[in-house]
Design a protein around this ligand. Structure first.
Ligand SMILES: [Zn+2]
Length: 266
């Protein structure tokens, strides 16, 4: 009898499992102190068609766990959830940097901006969003991902990225519990109460945005990074106008989300 076969037989007799290295490892007990490595779900558009998206995501140095195609909608699983996909790049959400290690990345086939000025964006189809919602619900239930940790690539890398863009229906998904949203009635009441001082003070919005997860330097001045983070925030929560210019509605939404944070945080 070969030595390896003998070892496997001996391991079986002892109640030991054998992993692919051939080492006899006992897997009959499980530790109660463990959880999923997945804390975030990051959404992207591919800005390519189906075949180019599949080629890039399988043959290049970028990847994602899932790709949702255009019509007829199909979900491809390209990287096992237990492994790291290379989709987030340099990124941060709350205090967590480099989200590849702790996230699941979902790419959606969508052309992104339709003109150079980035004023028109390709729509997502209702079947894409229906399929995405089912996938998000499935991932969320298995990994217990919080609503405020379902994020845009542009949320976690606002200086580099715009995806999934202002055409993405964040509100529709959030109202199904798939993402974070603000109290719309409370924000409508709050808008006229936002002071001119709050609008003028860069450190105020910088503090609010950091509190609700955005990576932003607390410079205290109106610099280009602040404008770009405000733009990313607007694309997510107020997609009708995302110039990056601060206004009362933007501040009111950020204040409402910040107000939710103590209750939401674990
Ligand atoms: Zn992306």
């Amino acid at each position: 009898m070969q030595r390896r076969a003998w070892l496997l037989l001996a391991a079986a007799a002892l109640g030991l499992g054998a992993c692919t290295t051939g080492l006899p490892i006992d897997t009959s007990l499980r530790a109660s102190g463990q959880d999923s490595r997945v804390r975030f779900i990051v959404l992207h558009y591919t800005s390519e068609n189906r075949s180019d998206s599949l080629r890039l995501l399988t043959q290049d140095r970028v990847s994602a766990h899932y790709l949702i195609t255009e019509e007829p909608v199909r979900i491809f699983s390209l990287v096992d959830e237990s492994r790291r996909a290379w989709h987030a790049g340099l990124s941060q959400w709350f205090e967590y940097p480099n989200l590849n290690a702790m996230s699941i990345g979902i790419e959606i086939v969508n052309a992104g901006p339709l003109d150079v000025a980035r004023t028109r964006w390709a729509p997502y189809t209702s079947s894409q969003i229906r399929v995405l919602a089912a996938l998000l619900r499935d991932i969320q239930s298995r990994h217990h991902v919080s609503a405020w940790n379902i994020v845009a690539h542009s949320d976690i890398a606002p200086l580099r990225k715009s995806d999934p863009g202002p055409a993405f229906p964040w509100r529709e998904l959030a109202l199904q519990g798939l993402g974070r949203w603000y109290d719309e009635a409370a924000v409508a009441q709050r808008i006229p109460l936002i002071s001119a001082r709050a609008l003028a003070d860069a450190s105020y919005i910088q503090g609010l945005l950091a509190r609700i997860g955005y990576p932003i330097v607390q410079s205290g001045v109106w610099d280009s990074q602040t404008r770009r983070v405000v733009r990313a925030f607007q694309m997510h929560y107020r997609p009708a106008e995302y110039s990056g210019r601060l206004d009362r509605q933007t501040v009111a939404i950020a204040e409402d989300l910040a107000r939710q944070m103590p209750a939401l945080q674990q």
